[in-house]
Ligand binder design. Structure first.
Ligand code: PMT
Length: 398
């Protein structure tokens, strides 16, 4: 996901988890955010400001009274620049000050002066975290509009085991991105259904027929739609992706199960995107017990699975936005255009299995947007996250 033109003010307070904010800074920079770091003096005891300066490519604000480089009141200019104000990790001391209006250093004065959405990820010893005073402070900050990414359970630096470990950096990054992008969330109020992954067609209790879909393309679309404010239902077949946090995920196995879940979610959807690789055929009969091997060859009788995209087209063409995919190995555009017209989709995202960097399992894709009239827009190789945004922008236009 891209955070170009977004400014993240990242406050770092003095706990052992301060070093993890370096990884977060690097993730934010990779997403093209402008990252402005404010460290407390205690944080600078744990990690050198120079590390943050190098990774963020911005000067680090540490001292309220340092000689200004230009005429500006630093805590006010930082507060105004922020699209999101994150504090990672946040100590019990910071929570106490922020909840009670104490502004006695660069971080807390900027926090007080900032009207941007706030996101706080606490990390501390379990007893400190569970202390009723800390819990009250969190409650108060939440009631004042701050969002929290709560600490995880685990072994803490002090040797205790319990809640207090800084949440996963991926999770914190995703939440910062969601908040930073929420101002221009063009899909807010829209219901989006996305299918992802491979279906599995059982032969017996042990074996099934499937394909190589990893789910990455569908999960990328679901995540991008979520970040753009949509209410997303992800119907996931077999996949290798991490859990799609914050997204209503319905796990299915066979094409018949996927059909049931997609059709039911589609009823009140605005946009439906079929990125799943659905098996066209399933074994005609499923054995209750493991099929025993015999001396010779055996034959499998297959029967057609329903075409979910086609059913969606028949029911909802012109009423909802319907997007399909086409996985081809030859005559990409011609075959995709025929599929688009036959299945009643608004457009098809066509990808060719034989193109390097496209298709199953890759983090990238090379695709063309193909419309029912046969017109096609060829896109260069890009990450599945970037392609997801393009697909959603096209769908949103409709
Ligand atoms: O999951 P990844 O590893 O990231 O890989 C991504 C992908 C290659 C799976 C994805 O980019 C893709 O191409 N998905 C569609 C694969 C596919 O089944 O293509 P198809 O040409 O066979 O089907 C055309 C369309 O009809 C697809 O939208 C498919 O979801 C849908 N379909 C197909 C069969 C069926 N019985 N029901 C359907 O709804």
């Amino acid at each position: 996901m891209n955070l170009k033109n977004k400014t993240v003010v990242l406050g770092v307070t003095g706990g052992i988890a301060a070093y993890k904010a370096l990884e977060l800074t690097s993730r934010l920079k990779k997403a093209e955010a402008d990252v402005k770091i404010i460290m407390t003096k205690a944080a600078a005891e744990f990690v050198s400001p120079l590390s943050f300066q190098s990774l963020s490519q911005n000067p680090v604000a540490l001292d309220m009274f340092e000689e200004p480089k230009a005429w500006e009141v630093r805590h006010i200019s930082l507060a105004k620049a922020a699209d999101v104000f994150a504090v990672v990790p946040a100590t019990a001391n910071f929570l106490g000050k922020a909840a009670n209006g104490i502004a006695d250093d660069m971080l807390t004065t900027t926090y007080m002066a900032c009207k941007a959405p706030k996101l706080i990820a606490p990390a501390m010893n379990t007893n400190m975290f569970e202390n009723p005073v800390t819990q009250e402070n969190i409650k108060k900050l939440k009631s004042l509009g701050a969002e929290f990414v709560m600490p995880a359970e685990g072994r803490l630096a002090c040797g205790d085991v319990g809640t207090g470990k800084l949440a996963d950096i991926d999770l914190i990054f995703e939440n910062i991105a969601r908040v930073a992008l929420s101002k221009d969330a063009d899909l807010r109020g829209k219901k989006v259904v996305v299918s992802a992954g491979a279906t599995r067609e059982a032969l017996d209790p042990v074996r099934y027929l499937t394909n190589h879909s990893s789910g990455k393309m569908g999960f990328a679309i679901a995540k991008a739609a979520y970040l753009r404010g949509a209410d997303v239902t992800l119907v996931a077949g077999a996949h290798t992706c991490p859990e799609a946090r914050g997204i209503n995920t319905v796990n299915v196995s066979s094409a018949l199960e996927m059909r049931g879940a997609v059709l039911s979610a589609a009823e009140d959807a605005d946009i439906i995107i079929m990125a799943a690789a659905v098996a066209d055929y399933r074994p005609k009969s499923v054995s209750d017990s493991k099929i025993k091997k015999s001396g010779g060859d055996i034959s499998l009788e297959l029967t057609r699975n329903p075409d979910i995209l086609k059913e969606l087209g028949e029911k909802y063409a012109g009423k909802k936005v319907i997007v399909g995919f086409a996985m081809e190995t030859e005559e990409l555009i011609k075959n995709a255009a025929e599929k688009c017209a036959a299945k009643g989709a608004d457009f098809i995202v066509a990808n060719n299995l034989s193109t390097a960097g496209a298709g199953f399992g890759t983090d990238t894709n090379v695709a063309s947007i193909v419309r029912p009239d046969g017109s096609a827009e060829d896109l260069p190789k890009m990450s599945k996250d970037e392609l997801a945004d393009i697909i959603l922008t096209e769908a949103a236009k409709l």
